[in-house]
Every structure is written in structure tokens, then in C-alpha cells.
Design a binder for this molecule. Sequence first.
Ligand code: ZN
Length: 386
Amino acid sequence: MSADPVTIARDLLRCPSVTPAEGGALTFLEKTLKAVGFTVHRMTFNEPGTDAVENFYARIGTTAPNLVFAGHTDVVPPGDEKAWKHSPFSAEISGEELYGRGAVDMKGGIACAVAAVLDYLDANAGKPKGSISFLITGDEEGVAVNGTPKLLKWVAEHGEKLDHCILAEPSNQEALGDTIKVGRRGSLNGHLIVTGTQGHVAYPHRADNPIRGLVMLVEALQSEPLDHGSAQFAPSHLEFTSVDVGNKTVNLIPGEARGRFNIRFNDNHTLESLKKLIEQRAKKAAGGKIKFSFHWEPSNAGVFLTQQGPLTELVAKAIAEVTGRKPELSTTGGTSDARFITAYCPVVEFGLVGQTMHQVNERVPLTDLHALTVIYRKIIDRYFAG
Ligand SMILES: [Zn+2]
């Protein structure tokens, strides 16, 4: 098996695995890892109202510690294929860059991890000093219901212990090695519903306009900061994303008004404490004069934070040796599957540069693929030496 990350990345990019399609990507990984002695478990998860999604756990070795590389082989749709310089699933190389949907997010990262592992096994008589695993989902870019959460549950139920995890998401901002993600904010969606009394606009004293109450509560909830940040995170933030009355009649005071909002929150809160805080603040602002209620959308997006320690130091050192950069330990950006993995073992995110992810002409410099492979290879070596 070739330990060349460019070859592996090209094979993966040629699999059209737009969520929830497997597209041949997991089959390719299965074949590649089985050939060097991995035990591969493929499983499909279902849930009413969602697409069935294929997932994959592979392990070589039976002893601890178990170093896990995690990732997703699904990709977002390519958009207008004609706008691409090279067809999004043809994995064309031009100008020393590899083009394709998923090049950085994140088939390229997976290819580097696979190449590093193959190279490590080759240099160590085919056996790791402990165990190496791959935790790969096909449901990251979608609703993430039939992916990593269920995969982790399956792994735990089968007695598998994960010790440390590297999630190969594109963590870097501008250049390979500038950022390790050690945390992500949580995300919560809520609806604020204000009820009044419907009536004729010419007789407002007989009605109670809920829009007035909604505007007051929106202002109250957005104006007071949720916190002032924490050691690792920026302040939490609440933002209203829609206000809806749905009233088509010009002379009618509506009976109900709704607002929808999203909160990105840090480690000062949990999902539950945050809901309580918002409800208390609304109650205070309403002063008993506004009738309101909240509807919270189910959320599986809690905060993830891995404290600085042996894992972050190991990764940072390997990055510095290969790139000469001292990576920033960052907690910015959207959510990722690390929010699920963190419940099982310490996890950090380090992969390629995210600049072109989800864009037309997503691409990765070949030099980045080679450098990331060397970084992962060093991490594996040090991990089992330590
Ligand atoms: Zn991704």
C-alpha cells in the first residue's frame, strides 16, 4: 500500500460522498486499512426522519494506549460544477495544488493520517506499540445524528477504550501550523413566543399587541452580556435571527409574535444553565406585563474544551519541528464532532488550512499534504515513545 498522502487523497476525492452518500470513500479506507492489518467495523445508523448513514471504526493493536484519528468522509455539495476550474470529483492536480470537494474539509486530512500510519507501521514491523484507531463518520456535514455520537456509543458498548484523539478537521487559518483547535463554543437555538390579544387597530385598547412585548424582550435579551468570556473563550453571544408575526392584514393587531435566536456559548454555561439564565432575564424584563414562553430546539452542541497538557504539547511540538510555527491554541469557529468525542477522551483538532473549505475550487497545496503527514508521523512516534 502506498504511504503517499497525495495518492490516497486523490482516491478519496474521486468518491462522490456528498452527505449522506458513502460514495465509495469508506470502502476505499476499509480496503487500505485491512491490507495492513486493521480490524474494520462498518456500521449503518438510522433514525426515523433522517437519512441512514454509514460509519466506520478500525483498529490495529489490542493494547493501550489507543491513539485515535477521527474525521468525516462526507462532503458538502459542490455547488455549480461549471464554476469549478477542475471538476469537483476528478481530483485534478494543477499548479502544485490538488483540487476537489473535500480537499481540505477533510479528505486531505484523513489521507495524511492514513499515510502517516502506514509509514509508521512499515517502520515498526507492522505493529504499533499500543493501538491506533480510525473513527470515521459519513454524517458530519449533515444533521450529525447518525454519525459520531452513535459511533462513539457503539465503540464504548463494544469495550473499546479511546485514550487520545486527533480530529483532522482543517484547523489552520492562513498557514499549516498556525492553529490547533482545543475547544469550540456550544450552540443553542431558541424561539421566544409572545402572546397578546388579537384585535382591530382602530380599537387598540381592546387588544394587546404582542409585537410591543416581543420588541422589549428582544432588546432586553440582546443588550445584557451573557458573560465576559473565560480563560479560554471569548464572551458568549446571543443573536436574534428572525422575527415573525405572519400577519397579512393591515388593520389587525396580531395575537402572537415570535422571535428566533441562536446563542454561541462558552464554558461559563451548560445547555441547561443557559436556558435558565435566559428565561430568568426574560421574566425580569417582562415584569409580569408580557405573556411569553420559550421553545428550545434540541441541541447536541455543548461546549468542548481540552485543557493544555500532554496532548496539546505533543501536537504543538511536532508542528513547530515541521513548520517552524508556534500554533495558537484556539477555541473559535463553529461546532465540530470534537464536541462528542470530548466525552470519551481528550481531543484536539489539527488538520489542513481551512481557507477554501466549502468553496468552489476547494484545493490543497501538495506541500501541505506532505508536511501534515510528517507532523502526524512525528505525533505517532512520540505518542508511543512517551
Ligand atoms: Zn469538516
